[in-house]
Design a protein around this ligand. Structure first.
Ligand code: AMP
Ligand code: GLY
Length: 421
C-alpha cells in the first residue's frame, strides 16, 4: 500500500517508524515531516489543514491510506473530505473530533452517557461565569471551550485567580477558543492516559501511558505539551482500565454512534484516578505526543494493522499482541521552552546512536541545514528506549540523552518517577 501520514512531530516520526516495519507498506510519504522523518521516508510540503489540497495530493500520488496525526486537520474536517473522495483514512470526522475540539460538547456527551467526570458549568458570558464562581469556591478549573494548543486550561488555587481567569478567557486572549468557557470541579488524584482504537462500533484498548506535562523535575514550573512519557502506566491497573472502558469510553462511543456521528480512529482518554475509580479529564481525538512514541515503540509493526483495521471497520477481528515490556521517552527541548526559545542551534552525536526495535531518537522540531541537524521548534527530540523493566528502559533512554551533544537543549531528569517511586 501507498501510505500518507499527516504531521511533523515526534508522534508522526514514531508512526512512520512503525508503519515502515510492516511489509504491507510499499511506499510512505509524510507531510510535512521533519529531519528525522526525512531520513526514513519521503516528505512532501502542502497545507495539511486544507482538505482539497490533501485530496489533490492523494490523487496525484496514488495514496491508498491516510493516517492523520494532529488535531488541527481533524478539526478542519480533512478526514471527511478524504472519505467523501473515497479515500481510506485513519482519524475521526470533524463531528466526532468535537470530543477534543469542544470541551462543552464532551461534557454534554458525558452527561448523556452517564460517564463519571468533573461537575461543570458552561458559559458564554463573563457575568454568568462569575456568578457560578460565587457558589463554587477554589480550587476550580477554568477552560476555554475550543482548541488552544494545550494552553486553554487554568487551574485556579484561589477565588481571586478564578475570577482573573474568567476575565482572561472572555477578553479574547484565546481568540474564538475562549468565546465559550467551561468551569469545572477540581479533581485530585493521579492522571494517566488510556488509548483505544475505535471503528465506529468496536473499541480496542491499545495501551496506557503517563505524560509529564510540567517543564521541571518533580512536576514543577509551567505546563508544556509534554516533557516525557512512559508505557505502561501501572496506576491504570487492568481493573481500572476495565472500569474506564465500561463506565466512560464504551458509553461515549455508543452515544456518538447513536447520534449519527460514529467515532473512528484513536481515542485518547485522559483519566484522573482516585481510590481505584477513574474519572474523565478530557478526550483527545488523536495520539498523545509524546505518548505515541512509547506506544509505537512497544507495538511496532502491528500498529499499522490495527490502524488499518480501524479504518476498514474490522476491529472486531483485530487482536493486540502485547509484549510484557516497558518504554520511556525523554523529550529534549530548546532552552526557554515553553516560553520563547532560539532556533537554529546545531545538534550533534545522533549518528553514533543505535536505531533499532529497542532504541530510537524520534525527531520533533528539527530540520537539516547545510548537512547538520538543527533545532527549529520547542520540543525537538524524543529519546526513546524499551526495556524489560521500566528502570531498564529509563536508564537506557538517559544513556542516549547523555550521548547527544546539544548545548541549546535541556530535558527533565526524572521521567517515570511516579511509577518508580
Ligand atoms: P485538558 O486540556 O483538559 O487536558 O487539561 C490540561 C490539564 O489540566 C490536564 O491534563 C490536567 O492535568 C489538568 N486538569 C484539567 N481539568 C482538570 C480538573 N477538572 N481537575 C484537575 N485537573 C484538571
Ligand atoms: N502529551 C499530551 C498531549 O498530546 O495532549
Amino acid at each position: 500500500m501507498n501510505i500518507l501520514i499527516l504531521g511533523s512531530g515526534g508522534r508522526e516520526h514514531s508512526l512512520a517508524w512503525a508503519v515502515l516495519q510492516n511489509p504491507k507498506c510499499d511506499k510512505l510519504i509524510v507531510a510535512p515531516g521533519n529531519a528525522g522523518i526525512a531520513a526514513i521516508a519521503d516528505c512532501a510540503s502542502f497545507d495539511i489543514n486544507d482538505g482539497a489540497a490533501v485530496v489533490g495530493f492523494v490523487d496525484e500520488n496514488n495514496i491508498d491510506f491516510v493516517i492523520i496525526g494532529p488535531e488541527a486537520p481533524l478539526a478542519a474536517g480533512v478526514g471527511d473530505d478524504l472519505r467523501a473522495a473515497g479515500v481510506l483514512v485513519f482519524g475521526p470526522s470533524k463531528a466526532a473530533a468535537a470530543l477534543e475540539a469542544s470541551k462543552a460538547f464532551t461534557k454534554e456527551i458525558c452527561d448523556a452517557a452517564n460517564a463519571p467526570t468533573a461537575a461543570y458549568g458552561h458559559f458564554t458570558d463573563a457575568d454568568a461565569a462569575r456568578a457560578y464562581l460565587a457558589d463554587h469556591p477554589a480550587p476550580i478549573v477554568i477552560k476555554a471551550d475550543g482548541l488552544a494548543a494545550g494552553k486553554g486550561v487554568i487551574i485556579a488555587e484561589t477565588d481571586a485567580e478564578a475570577l482573573a481567569a474568567v476575565d482572561t478567557m472572555f477578553d479574547g486572549t484565546f481568540g474564538d477558543a475562549g468565546a465559550e468557557v467551561v468551569i469545572e470541579e477540581f479533581m485530585d488524584g493521579e492522571e494517566a492516559s488510556f488509548f483505544v482504537l475505535c471503528d465506529g462500533d468496536t473499541v480496542l484498548p491499545i495501551g496506557t501511558a503517563q505524560d509529564h506535562k510540567r517543564v521541571g523535575d518533580g512536576d514543577t514550573g509551567p505546563n508544556t505539551g509534554g516533557m516525557g512519557a512512559y508505557s505502561p502506566a501501572p496506576v491504570l491497573t487492568d481493573e481500572i482500565a476495565e472500569r474506564a472502558l465500561a463506565e466512560i469510553i464504551r458509553p461515549t462511543m455508543a452515544e456518538m454512534a447513536k447520534r449519527g456521528t460514529p467515532y473512528q480512529g484513536v481515542l485518547y482518554a485522559g483519566l484522573m484516578i482516585k481510590d481505584g475509580a477513574p474519572r474523565l479529564v478530557e478526550y483527545n481525538a488523536r495520539f498523545g505526543d509524546p505518548e505515541c512514541q512509547v506506544l509505537m515503540m512497544r507495538l511496532g509493526a502491528q500498529a499499522f494493522d490495527l490502524m488499518h483495521a480501524a479504518a476498514e471497520g474490522r476491529l472486531n477481528e483485530a487482536r493486540v499482541n502485547w509484549a510484557d515490556d516497558h518504554a520511556v521517552t525523554v523529550v529534549m527541548a530548546a532552552q526557554g521552552y515553553p516560553g520563547s526559545y532560539d532556533k537554529g542551534s546545531v545538534i550533534k552525536g545522533l549518528d553514533a546512536l543505535p536505531e533499532d526495535s529497542r532504541n530510537m531518537v524520534f525527531h520533533a522540531g528539527t530540520a537539516k541545514k547545510d548537512g547538520a541537524i538543527t533545532a527549529i521548534g520547542g520540543r525537538v527530540l524524543n529519546v526513546t528506549a524499551r526495556g524489560d523493566t521500566l528502570a531498564e528502559a529509563q536508564a537506557r533512554a538517559y544513556e542516549m540523552v547523555e550521548a547527544i551533544d546539544w548545548p541549546g537543549g535541556f530535558y527533565r531528569r526524572d521521567i517515570g518517577w511516579r511509577a518508580l517511586s
